[in-house]
Design a protein around this ligand. Structure first.
Ligand code: ACO
Length: 402
């Protein structure tokens, strides 16, 4: 009979760190977070500066290549991405296999995973050129796939990509243009969309990025790894929180109900939490939430929806929570998801699409992290250990003796 304690002694020492709160899984040069200060840098550049001055494709280039592009490099990169936006024609039939009422994230997990079946000419991960093409394909095709997931769920025909538009303009058009009706992309809304994508582009070793790295560590192809990341992102404690935050604001409904919900959030016998509040790493205001709040106001102003009741509820909830001893003591501040739901709702997206937009934007972070890991000579297959607490060795008992 194996003595479990002696088994532990034989296997050597390792740390038990549930939820990996204090374990670094890798070294990385891509994104820096100082959770106490509320700082987020992509390749050294502060997130607010990038959101104010850059475009999403420029940020993609930065995350992937480590430096901001020159004018020519950005032009070439933009041309490359816009030439990969189309999907294989059989891909449309693939969508048709889903029920119309499927959650678009379920469609995303399946369709992005299926890219490896359609583009298996770029799945040799030992070839840098093939890896680069896979990266271009992912960044270029995600808006087309995401827009189709939306169009399919609302029962409208797919809109083909337009390569003369910017990344975000093209995406909004593919989501909202309807055949035989004029559709002009509003530049203010397209800029807001771009900012939202920039804010979500990377966030170091969060759950979904760690999933992508772990999947990639076995040598799996990039499309399969990104599909794994999308599956992980779907959860309500991660990417699903923006959907949950908006649903919560709708449920609260009016400013007078806020104290009741704040009380519930503090009650340990009640599983209710204020969605869009708190973060594993930020113990200060999430720097992305500040930009998102500003973007939310820009969108609502542009659409003449300054009096949007959900915004009033959100702002008052934030004010009350930030003055409440429980939230102050536990350092629970609004995170990026708190204002993103209201903004995306105003832009016209149904709630089920919020996490899809997050996945679209995060694809560049995932693939940049995957590339960094794949080219790291010290990289080994990820294989966490465990502390076994189950039964000691015992003999099989035949069915008639149990
Ligand atoms: N409302 C009320 N209490 C909360 C909240 C909240 N939103 N968040 C944390 N707490 C409390 C916990 O009950 C716990 O209290 P205790 O110490 O008395 O037990 C304490 O704060 C610490 O919480 P943990 O869950 O241990 O913190 P952790 O770092 O594991 O979780 C998380 C972080 C998951 C984000 C959490 O704050 C949460 O559930 N927030 C709501 C969901 C959300 O907004 N998620 C989006 C995250 S950002 C992103 O993915 C883009």
């Amino acid at each position: 009979v194996i003595d479990v304690k002696s088994l532990h002694a034989q296997t050597g020492m390792f740390t038990l760190d549930p939820g990996f709160t204090s374990t670094a899984s890798c070294e990385s040069q891509i994104t820096y977070i100082d959770g106490d200060e509320g700082t987020l840098l992509y390749r050294g550049y502060p997130i607010d500066q990038l959101a104010d001055n850059s475009s999403f494709l420029e940020v993609c280039y930065l995350l992937l290549h480590g430096e901001l592009p020159t004018e020519t490099e950005l032009k070439d990169y933009t041309t490359t991405i816009t030439h990969h936006t189309m999907l294989h024609t059989q891909f449309d039939r693939f969508f048709e296999g889903y029920r119309r009422d499927a959650h678009p994230m379920a469609v995303m997990v399946g369709t992005v995973g299926a890219l490896s079946a359609f583009y298996h000419d770029s799945t040799d991960i030992d070839d840098p050129m093939q890896r680069m093409i896979a990266t271009h394909r992912l960044i270029a095709k995600m808006p087309t796939i995401a827009a189709r997931a939306h169009k399919y769920s609302v029962g409208q025909p797919f809109v083909s990509p337009r390569n003369d538009l910017s990344y975000s303009e093209n995406f909004l058009r593919m989501c909202f243009a309807v055949p035989a009706e004029d559709y002009e992309v509003n530049p203010v809304l397209a800029r807001a969309m771009d900012k939202i994508f920039i804010l979500h582009a990377d966030h170091e070793q969060n759950a979904s990025t760690s999933t992508v790295r772990l999947a990639g560590s076995s040598g799996a192809n990039p499309f399969a790894c990104i599909a794994a990341g999308i599956a992980c992102l779907w959860g309500p404690s991660h990417g699903g929180a923006n959907e949950a935050a908006l649903n919560m604001l709708r449920e609260i409904g009016s400013v007078d109900k806020i104290p009741e919900y704040v009380k519930r959030a503090k009650d340990k016998s009640d599983p209710f939490r204020l969605m869009g509040f708190g973060h594993r790493v930020y113990k200060n205001y999430d720097p992305r939430a500040k930009v998102m709040q500003k973007t939310c106001h820009e969108v609502l102003d542009e659409l003449d929806k300054r009096d949007e009741p959900l915004l009033q509820v959100a702002m008052e909830l934030e004010r009350i929570a930030l003055e409440d001893e429980y939230f102050v003591e536990k350092k629970l501040y609004p995170n990026i998801d708190f204002y993103s739901g209201i903004t995306l709702n105003a832009l016209g997206f149904p709630t089920e699409m919020y996490t899809v937009l997050f996945a679209l934007a995060r694809t560049v972070g995932w693939i940049a992290q995957w590339e960094e890991m794949t080219t790291d000579p010290t990289q080994r297959i990820g294989r966490p250990r465990q502390i076994y607490t189950g039964a000691a060795q015992r003999d099989y008992v035949p069915l008639d003796k149990r």
